[in-house]
Design a protein around this ligand. Structure first.
Ligand code: HEC
Ligand code: HEC
Ligand code: HEC
Length: 433
């Protein structure tokens, strides 16, 4: 009896200690929001407001905080996660439903610590695990600009997450495990340019939110990880920026990388799907100087060069001749009119498929997405009227899609593995035999 009592007591002590630790980790490095309310009364200068708008583009805030067909920045966009749906918040300065009553310190606490004005912990579908690296100065500029928007009265929709993910306690534990408020610490051994690129890519650019693998609890290993990952639910694969066979750009010259982020299309790469949106809403507006800085950072990533030993070339496929013939015929009938008889494409109109690593990359996820649902390159100043790719979801079945994709992965010198019906079925979410 006495032993049981001691064990129970010990258990409770441990529980309390863990709870205290989780609590401590959740409030670490939080600003005192009560103190600085009075300090933030002086009106920001037009230059600060303009910088805030620029930074909002670098952070792609609008893409998430605007619902399709809804008022700009009024939130309400549903983000599907493996744990349920999270709705984005109203960031217009409406007093009741937006951030009209927020102080700059409360706004900074949201970005830096992931905590709302009410004290509620925020879900990391809001990529504050990256934004935590944004400086207070930049946060204040963002805040100043958002407050110049027209207020929109639109209450936030409650999130619809499954138990236990919908509890603050579960979120607190998640944060204790996977989130630490941070700051960008410049690397003294690198150039100012590299450091600027690192700050933008790790922080506002939140590239790792897509370009890193998420664990079963939806966490990435941090803002430095850009080794590629499948975006949950959306089933787009954000390729590794650390591999020359995927999206590494170490072997590209700087102007070409800048061109990709400015226009979305180059002779060597072509953005599609979620990356087209990142270019459309974000990178196309960045200054030449910032894009060059980002390019320098990407070029210096470990493993990104083709000559790096870690980059293993894609596997060679042996294709059943009947499938090869079938795929070639499907290609001729459906695709050749745009992508060319030998997959050569048309510059700035239709991407080449021959010698295109987006086609030969290990993961066929994006190929399946493109053929099923089609897509548009982003409309940018450098490419104002992008051509579209039609959807084939009602035209080709899983077997036909597998055959045509196997064809483009193995024809014209391309050397990649074949795509199976099962893979297409899984990515489409309908397992057909
Ligand atoms: C990938 C999507 C995404 C992007 C990009 C994004 N947000 Fe959010 N944001 C969210 C979601 C989702 C929430 C709500 C989280 C919750 O309810 O727990 C949110 C909440 C917030 C909140 C808290 C608002 C409130 O009422 O509690 C602020 C402030 C905010 N975001 C600012 C920004 C800023 C500034 C940017 C750009 C630098 C940005 N967000 C970019 C998804 C995003
Ligand atoms: C919303 C998710 C998302 C975000 C955020 C994102 N990417 Fe991507 N990115 C993708 C996907 C998906 C692809 C694959 C499709 C494609 O090739 O365009 C991709 C492709 C790329 C490519 C290869 C393009 C090509 O044609 O070879 C580069 C380079 C790249 N991303 C860099 C970045 C950088 C740098 C950032 C941060 C500033 C970033 N991405 C942010 C999803 C994202
Ligand atoms: C009407 C012209 C047209 C037809 C027909 C067409 N495509 Fe496309 N395709 C495009 C355009 C335009 C893009 C670029 C879209 C984007 O960036 O989102 C594209 C993009 C792609 C990509 C992504 C390339 C990259 O670099 O990311 C693949 C793969 C692809 N198409 C395969 C096919 C296949 C397979 C077929 C036949 C089943 C086909 N396309 C039919 C116009 C077409």
């Amino acid at each position: 009896m006495k032993k049981l009592g001691i064990a129970l007591l010990a258990g409770m002590v441990v529980l309390v200690a863990v709870a205290a630790l989780v609590w401590h980790l959740n409030v670490q490095d939080e600003p005192d929001v009560s103190a600085s309310v009075a300090a933030s009364t002086s009106a920001p200068t037009p230059a600060v407001v303009a910088r805030g708008q620029y930074l909002a583009r670098a952070g792609d805030c609008m893409a998430c905080h605007t619902a399709r067909g809804g008022a700009t920045f009024a939130g309400g966009l549903a983000l599907a996660t493996p744990f349920g749906t999270v709705y984005t918040s109203n960031l217009t300065p409406d007093m009741e439903t937006g951030i009209g009553s927020w102080s700059s310190a409360e706004f900074w606490r949201a970005l830096h610590n992931g905590r709302a004005k009410s004290g509620r912990l925020l879900y990391p579908a809001f990529p504050y695990t990256n934004y935590t690296k944004v400086t207070r100065e930049d946060s204040d500029a963002l805040y100043a600009w958002l407050r110049t928007l027209a207020p929109v009265h639109q209450p936030n929709r409650p999130n619809a997450l499954r138990w236990p993910y919908n509890t603050q306690a579960a979120l607190a534990v998640w944060r204790a495990l996977f989130f630490k408020p941070g700051a960008y610490i410049p690397d003294g051994n690198r150039t100012a340019e590299w450091n600027r690129g690192a700050y933008l890519i790790q922080g506002l650019g939140h590239c790792s939110a897509c370009h890193a693998t998420r664990n079963v609890l939806g966490a990435t290993s941090g803002a430095l990880d850009l080794a590629g990952g499948l975006i949950p639910v959306q089933n787009w694969y954000a390729p590794s920026l650390e591999s020359a066979h995927e999206a590494g750009v170490a072997d590209w010259d700087v102007p070409r990388i800048v061109e990709l982020f400015k226009t979305g299309t180059t002779r060597h790469g072509w953005v599609t799907g979620p990356m087209a949106e990142a270019v459309l809403n974000g990178t196309q507006y960045l200054s030449q100087q910032d894009l060059v800085a980002m390019a320098q950072y990407l070029k210096a990533l470990p493993g990104a060069k083709a000559s790096d030993a870690a980059s293993v070339p894609p596997a060679h496929a042996r294709v059943n001749p009947a499938v090869a013939l079938w795929g070639a015929r499907l290609y001729k009938d459906n695709c050749a009119q745009c992508h060319g008889a030998t997959g050569q494409g048309v510059p700035h109109a239709y991407p080449a498929l021959a010698g295109n690593r987006a086609v030969t990359m290990d993961s066929p996820a994006n190929l399946v997405q493109m053929v099923l649902y089609g897509g548009f390159a982003p409309a940018t100043a450098g490419n104002p009227r992008p051509f579209g790719m039609p959807p084939y979801v009602l035209v080709l079945n899983d077997g036909e899609i597998a055959a045509v994709l196997t064809h483009i992965r193995t024809a014209w010198g391309n050397q990649a593995t074949q795509v199976s019906n099962v893979q297409v079925g899984q990515l489409r979410g309908s397992a057909t035999p």
